[in-house]
Ligand binder design. Structure first.
Ligand code: ATP
Ligand code: MG
Length: 438
């Protein structure tokens, strides 16, 4: 089970008379048949003792008793956490000689198991939890959430990622204690949210915890229960959003966030006539809300900008023609365009079944055409136009705005298939243009 280096670290601690185990996420991941992404080691040795035993050790979190050994292995002294008066961090950490005390401070039973290569410790029934696929707090759920409100988001994240159902009492406590999230750093909430959205049970979690989602993104609140009153939508706005998030099974976070926010402006744009409900202009309203949400959740600028664009364009028509696709590629570039196709597909898949078949077939056609355009190196941007600014200036057009305008015009003619991307042809056209304007 253990890697050679982990085995050696445990061995060395034991040979010096200490207990040492791998604990937490790595034991859980191993039991799930996954290769652990990181190995956390817990020991009865104090940080000073660990520093003395391993010459290359670095103190990386001494306030929690953590020392990093070898290639990034965190070795943490068994500990009992004191009171949590800030609702997130223990006021003080007391070192312990008892692994069971260390396991008792951990959040969920599936995260509170330890292994030393021979002995497996599971005092709270984490293994059976994994077998039965149940997520349950260690100890009293409400107390555990009051100690650290982030555990509410961690619960939803683990349940989504590992497809676990949340045990009755833990579930009630999440709903009751959700307001504790107001005191948690948004960056931490955001990171858990991202993992939740990419989880395989994201739909179930989004549908079961509408209250928590509307707390962390208050603009989602009006979407909950908002009926759309039109034949294309069998779901309320919020439930459509949840289905759309889940209908994209990739892990690009811009796509996931764009799906979460794409219709968030619908309640503000609702009108009704004898044909039913309409949401004219909702992409623009959603886009403005998305901008604020992405800022409030402190996403990096690059992700925020992608999401805002995707939300704004989510309903824009993309015709299944090479011309239209080249226009899009010129406007937003191939990477974002591909993401827009994912958004569009997941959105369509979450409409009333049967109403979007034509649009979905069109999207497949668009993907095929896109592949051809990229494979054939078709021209869709100034970068692959065979003439550049210097060529235009060489025709006697003075440097300045005009040069750019001419290049844009030539590019548009190429995209629209009125001209071929050939040097001679383009230079001739530019020459004609010059004569016409001078
Ligand atoms: P992953 O690394 O896959 O995101 P993980 O469970 O390993 O998940 P870490 O943040 O690496 O999460 O934490 C390692 C272990 O520390 C957890 O398995 C758990 O035992 C404990 N732990 C982490 N965060 C908390 C918390 N907020 N409250 C209680 N225990 C926690
Ligand atoms: Mg981990």
């Amino acid at each position: 089970m253990l890697t050679k280096e982990v085995e050696e670290i445990l061995q060395k601690l034991r040979s010096c008379g200490f207990e040492a185990y791998v604990v937490g996420g790595c034991v859980r991941d191993f039991l799930l048949g996954k290769t652990p992404s990181d190995w956390d080691i817990a020991t009865s040795a104090t940080p000073d003792e660990v520093m003395r035993i391993f010459k290359n050790a670095k103190p990386t979190g001494l306030q929690h008793g953590t020392v990093t050994v070898g290639h990034g292995y965190e070795v943490t002294t068994f500990r009992i956490d004191g009171n949590y008066s800030d609702g997130r961090h223990p006021d003080q950490v007391v070192f312990s000689k008892d692994i069971e005390q260390d396991l008792a401070r951990r959040d969920f039973t599936i995260n509170a198991m330890a292994h030393d290569g021979n002995t497996f410790l599971d005092p709270f029934g984490g293994q059976i939890g994994l077998e039965k696929r149940i997520l349950k707090c260690v100890g009293r759920a409400r107390e555990r959430f009051r100690e650290d409100g982030l555990r509410i988001m961690r619960a939803l994240r683990f349940a989504s990622v590992y497809d676990l159902s949340i045990e009755f009492d833990t579930n009630c406590a999440i709903h009751e204690c959700k307001d504790l999230l107001r005191n948690i750093a948004v960056e931490r909430i955001r990171d858990e949210l991202c993992k939740l959205l990419c989880g395989k049970a994201a739909l179930r979690i989004l549908m079961s915890y509408r209250d928590v989602l509307s707390l962390i993104i208050p603009q989602l609140h009006p979407c909950v229960g908002f009926a759309q009153n039109n034949p294309y939508h069998c779901f309320t706005v919020y439930d459509h959003i949840a289905h759309a998030v889940a209908a994209y099974d990739g892990s690009d976070i811009s796509v996931k966030m764009a799906l979460l926010l794409h219709d968030i402006g619908k309640p503000d744009s609702y009108t009704e006539d004898d044909r039913g409900g309409h949401f004219y202009g909702h992409p623009e309203i959603s886009k403005n809300i998305a901008e604020k949400v992405m800022r409030d959740l402190r996403f990096d600028n690059a992700t925020a900008s992608e999401v805002v664009h995707l939300v704004g364009y989510h309903d824009a028509g993309i015709a299944p023609t090479k011309r239209s696709i080249r226009c899009w590629l010129n406007k937003i570039g191939p990477e974002l365009f591909e993401k827009l196709l994912w958004v569009s597909e997941a959105d369509r898949k979450s409409h009333t079944p049967g109403t979007q078949d034509k649009k979905l077939a069109e999207l497949s056609e668009i993907r095929k055409l896109l592949k051809d355009i990229l494979a054939e190196n078709d021209c869709f941007s100034l970068k692959n136009l065979v003439v550049n600014g210097r060529d235009i200036i060489a025709l006697g057009i003075p440097e300045g705005k005009r040069v750019g305008e001419i290049l844009e015009w030539l590019l548009n003619e190429v995209i629209e298939e009125r001209l071929e991307n050939e040097r001679k042809i383009l230079l001739e056209k530019a020459q004609e243009y010059k004569t016409s304007i001078l």
